[in-house]
Design a protein around this ligand. Structure first.
Ligand code: NAD
Ligand code: ZN
Ligand code: ZN
Length: 344
């Protein structure tokens, strides 16, 4: 089968032919119908050889949906042809966190060498994807594969981040979204669907800010050195009860801290390497800073339910597997508006 692989440190990913996978006992083979392109892959492909955590070549793709193509021995509850979404942050399935469905925070994944597809083991940017356990699959139940696939990360990750802050997003509150790309433009919609907060979106180009307004941002602000002052002004000087940074570089993290309200939440989702100093007098009183990772299995089910209700729709552009390297190039250059989706 064809697959998109990251093969050489620092080189672009390549379309190659690899053997068709076959499901072993307990596994499920999916015919991939759509695979999402996440900025995290670009971060991975920017890491140096020293300390690189995954084996190469690596088939990319940690957002995947597909139809069941074959069942390994002993798998029940699924049938060939079922359309499913893949819950990506696999865990051991039995530790205390996994028991809660929080496999993203599995206590034993490191020790057992368990990795998500596309982030350490073969991912969804291929004609077929091997899934280790049927519990990693959620029925699509009528959702369109292209529209649904980004929900498995670009939907689930902001959903989890926003859910933590819901008690603070009361009527009259403000939520700030920094970076309105794949994750950010879904975050805006989730905030509108789940809260009555005023949503202020920041990005670096007018194109991105236009999409932010289209999907529900009340206000947009160009993300520059004056952005924090502009957001403070929009909130009558009080700041935002919740700030979500989907970039995470030093300047955006600085803005995030500078626009937080007293007792606000600052959530750093972007993995740009920025950090925020916490200490008495450095931030408004009782600001909480956190850096979450992906989301739980039950939250993925919730996000898909929300999409089925029509409250969230992902802005997508599609590419063939042969053109997948181009999708990464465009994402790297900031040219993708919404989420790029590969159709293997
Ligand atoms: P994306 O490229 O689709 O979106 C990023 C957006 O940020 C773009 O619209 C870009 O124009 C904007 N941007 C860049 N610099 C900016 C700045 N200085 N100020 C404001 N906006 C700026 O990326 P994505 O796939 O949505 O991923 C976003 C981030 O989240 C990445 O760092 C990714 O690695 C990370 N991520 C983290 C998790 C997690 O679990 N923590 C999960 C998925 C992705
Ligand atoms: Zn991702
Ligand atoms: Zn576990």
């Amino acid at each position: 089968m064809k697959a998109l692989q990251y093969r050489t440190i620092g080189a672009p990913p390549e379309v190659v032919t690899v053997p068709d996978p076959e499901p072993g006992p307990g596994q499920v083979l999916l015919k991939v119908t759509a695979a999402g392109v996440c900025h995290s892959d670009i971060a991975v492909m920017g890491w140096p050889a020293e300390g690189f955590p995954y084996e190469l070549p690596l088939t990319l793709g940690h957002e995947g949906v597909g139809t069941v193509a074959a069942l390994g021995a002993g798998v029940t509850g699924l049938s060939e042809g079922d359309a499913v979404a893949v819950y990506g942050p696999w865990g051991c399935g039995t530790c205390a966190k996994c028991a809660e469905g929080k496999e993203n925070y599995c206590l034993r994944a490191g020790e057992l060498g368990i990795h998500p597809p596309g982030l350490g083991r073969p991912g969804s940017m291929a004609e077929y994807l091997l899934v280790d356990d049927p519990r990693h699959l959620v029925p699509l139940d009528g959702l369109d594969p292209v529209a649904a696939v980004p929900l498995t990360d670009a939907g689930l990750t902001p959903y989890h981040a926003i859910k933590r802050s819901l008690p603070k997003l009361v009527p009259g509150s403000t939520a700030v979204v920094i970076g309105t790309g794949g994750l950010g433009h879904v975050a805006i919609q989730l905030l509108r669907a789940l809260t009555s907060a005023r949503v202020v979106a920041l990005d670096v180009t007018e194109d991105k800010l236009r999409l932010a307004r289209e999907v529900g941002a009340h206000e947009t602000v160009l993300s520059d050195a004056k952005a924090a002052d502009a957001v403070r002004e929009l909130t009558g000087g009080l700041g935002a009860e919740a700030v979500f940074d989907f970039v995470g570089v030093a300047p955006t993290v600085k803005t995030a801290g500078a626009v937080a309200a007293v007792e606000g939440d600052v959530t750093l989702v972007g993995i740009g390497g920025g950090s925020i100093p916490v200490g008495f007098g450095l931030l408004p009183f009782e600001v909480s800073v956190n850096a979450p990772y992906w989301g739980s299995r039950s939250e993925l089910i919730e996000v898909l339910n929300l999409a089925r209700s029509g409250a969230v729709s992902v802005h997508t552009e599609t590419y063939s597997l042969d053109d997948a390297p181009l999708a990464y190039e465009r994402l790297h250059e900031g040219k993708v508006n919404g989420r790029a989706v590969i159709l293997p």
